[in-house]
Design a protein around this ligand. Structure first.
Ligand code: GLY
Length: 440
């Protein structure tokens, strides 16, 4: 059996590891944007190219005689890679372009959830022009702005974080509408966020352990939003601030969304449905869907997967997920991203040059190491502007997992930084207290 993996980040490194761990001993082939040495080291063959070059992807897939493809990031999904592979006779774990609108179009998802009477939407309205924006803003206590289209996880703007008042919100709306076809304006909710990555074959939807990501660049949730600086999951497959019912609600919403998108489009959703949820005073609310595993969240759940990943992929493709028992180890995980010191900072910052610097990787001890935005060149390993390496501690307790990940960070030398607070008891306690206040 041969499997094609598309993508070159740490999420895809974790996917590659899950593929080669299979008892079927599949041959792994990868199509990557840059040379991720972790993925390359697990592959029988790989090609470097653009995710927009669907012809090159299909040509390589045929030459490698792959049985199916696993799509890591959102960019190739949005470019229609699953549709192109399907035409070439190659099935994929990942939605078609039309179905991946659940991620690429916030307005599509909000409308779908509303149309099918699914709970979880906040108060919202979609706009394609400035007409009507001001009166709607006047009705909201707090404002969130979401441009349509892919924004690398950095497009959402929240009152209090990115702008102060309604006048500023209005100016931002006009700016967004110049660059994006539409804009969703929502009421700001208060609560704790969690990621619920579900797997769908179009009929059956199963859940993976919930994870909490940390978007902010600096310790104490300060600084600009990033793609995610690290994440944790707990051994009981809950999070310390969540109730069992919260996860059940998130899963129930996702099941209804999978059913709704099938009724809407006639196409079964085969792939990952990763819901970004918020536990609030009024139950679980949907923030957004992603049509892929989270990054870093994939590094929390994939290493815990006890079920053979190839069996899981085949069940998604064949629509037989109801017949597979999908299990995850009961362990705590903490992932910390090592990033260039200048990551997320303005281009004129003194650390800006660090984003393309060379790094050395030593012994990470008991941690798992997943390469992300790096490029292996003849003279060494270079960072490529974004998050460079994810290190993951897996243990019986969160404290132990955090220590394993934190110890591993020092194995990477170069102009790098990370968030030492992720997964610590102190930071987690602030989440628990926050949620207690909200629920009371
Ligand atoms: N962890 C955020 C994302 O994958 O979009």
């Amino acid at each position: 059996m041969n499997v094609l993996l598309i993508g070159n980040g740490a999420r895809e490194h974790a996917l590659a590891e899950a593929v080669v761990r299979s008892r079927y001993q599949p041959g792994l082939y990868a199509f990557m944007k840059s040379n991720n040495p972790g993925i390359a080291g697990l592959c029988k063959g790989y090609e470097l190219g653009s995710y927009g070059d669907l012809e090159a992807i299909c040509t390589r897939a045929r030459a490698w005689s792959v049985d199916f493809a696993v799509i890591g990031p959102e960019d190739p999904l949005d470019r229609g890679v699953v549709d192109a592979l399907k035409e070439a006779g190659i099935p994929a774990v990942g939605p078609t372009r039309s179905l991946s609108r659940l991620e690429t179009s916030k307005s599509f998802t909000r409308d779908l959830v509303k149309k099918y009477g699914i709970p979880g939407n906040p108060r919202f309205q979609n706009f394609t022009s400035a007409a009507g924006i001001e009166p709607f803003l006047d009705t909201l206590e707090g404002i969130v702005l979401k441009p349509d289209g892919l924004t690398g996880g950095k497009g959402v703007m929240v009152q209090g974080d990115h702008f102060g008042n309604k006048a500023e919100a209005l100016a931002l709306c006009e700016e967004i509408l110049r660059e994006h076809p539409s804009l969703t304006i929502e009421e700001k909710m208060e609560g704790e966020e969690f990621s619920l990555q579900c797997i769908s074959d179009g009929r059956t939807v199963i859940v993976t352990p919930p994870v909490q990501d940390h978007k902010r660049r600096f310790v104490g949730d300060k600084g600009p939003n990033t793609g995610g600086m690290g994440s944790y999951s707990d051994r009981n497959h809950l999070l310390p601030f969540l109730k069992v019912e919260d996860v059940a609600e998130g899963l129930a919403i996702t099941r209804r969304v999978a059913e709704a998108i099938f009724r809407e489009t006639g196409e079964p959703y085969k792939g990952i449905l990763y819901g970004g949820f918020m536990a609030t005073r009024n139950g679980v609310k949907l923030l957004e869907y992603n049509a892929r595993f989270g990054d870093p969240e994939a590094m929390n759940v994939l290493p815990l997967l006890k079920t053979d990943f190839i069996d899981l992929c085949r069940a998604v493709i064949d629509g037989t997920l109801d017949r597979l028992c999908v299990e995850f180890e009961r362990k705590a995980t903490v992932c910390k991203y090592i990033v260039p010191r200048g990551y997320g900072l303005p281009k004129d910052h003194p650390d800006a040059a660090s984003t393309s610097a060379r790094i050395e990787v030593g012994d990470v001890g008991r941690a798992r190491l997943y390469y992300s935005s790096v490029d292996k060149k003849a003279d060494g390993l270079y960072m490529t502007s974004s998050r460079a390496i994810g290190v993951v501690g897996i243990a019986e307790t969160l404290a132990e997992a955090e220590k394993i990940a934190e110890d591993a960070v020092s194995a990477v030398s170069g102009p790098v930084s990370h968030r030492p607070d992720i997964g610590t008891a102190d930071l987690i306690e602030t989440r628990v207290e926050h949620m207690k206040r909200i629920r009371s």
